[in-house]
Design a protein around this ligand. Sequence first.
Ligand code: SF4
Length: 290
Amino acid sequence: MQNTIRRKPEWLRKKITPSSHKAMEALMGERHLHTVCEEAICPNISECFRQKVATFMILGALCTRACTFCAVSKGRPAAPDAQEPENVAQAVRRLGLRHVVITSVTRDDLNDGGAAHFCETVRAVKALDESIVVELLIPDLKENQAALEAVARSGAEIIGHNVETVPRLYHVRKGADYERSLRVLKMLSDTNPAVATKSGIMLGLGEREEEVLALMRDLLDVGCRYLSIGQYLAPASGYAEVVEYLPPERFEFFRSAGMEMGFDYIKSSPYTRSSYMAHEYRKRSDNKEA
Ligand code: SF4
């Protein structure tokens, strides 16, 4: 059973070509920046880096939580780097990005969870050019209302917070709470209805169809407009196990079901990640096509 599960099906054989990462790695190194593409071992890294697209991971590379599905290193992080917002902006300028995705590790050690640093980074990017679309993917900030309101009013056009999986499987998301994540999304859209809220989930952890459909309804109830759905891939042994590799048709089933329920846009495929083809959501939500 174990071997069958670990052997990836043919639709999950994307090639990683480290030689195509060099320019991006050099830029990030020069600016002392981290990307979630590298830290979370994203399977799309070669494709995205070749296209000069990356998701910035601010507030350091060490996370204060210990989710068992996530490859980002855990530990005690250093104080936020005051130069980081400007360094992100300069990297955005060099890459010529028109849609920027910025995420962070979870910083439960900071009073505001890093909200002020997120806001400063949005300001630095918008100072380059107000028309650059900024998308934030934030942790739950321990539901700190002032912190969430600040982020909601930061100027970012899209703010994501991932519920990751159905509530029954929250043992993989240590320190998190499904209901709290829903309240976070609601607080963001209640504070600033101009912001489009987004969430993301992984399939393949053992969730049932009816649980995924119920999760989608929960997200819609709190005003969430965008959703990403991808296959969970265990980063290495010792992480949460893959229970199932779902075929592409199942991703299409959930995409289509969710769109019928009322999402503005859903990207759903085995290789979809929260920030994968992030520029598509706004552009394609008007006509609600895949
Ligand atoms: S999908 Fe997102 S996290 Fe993955 S490589 Fe692309 S930009 Fe980075």
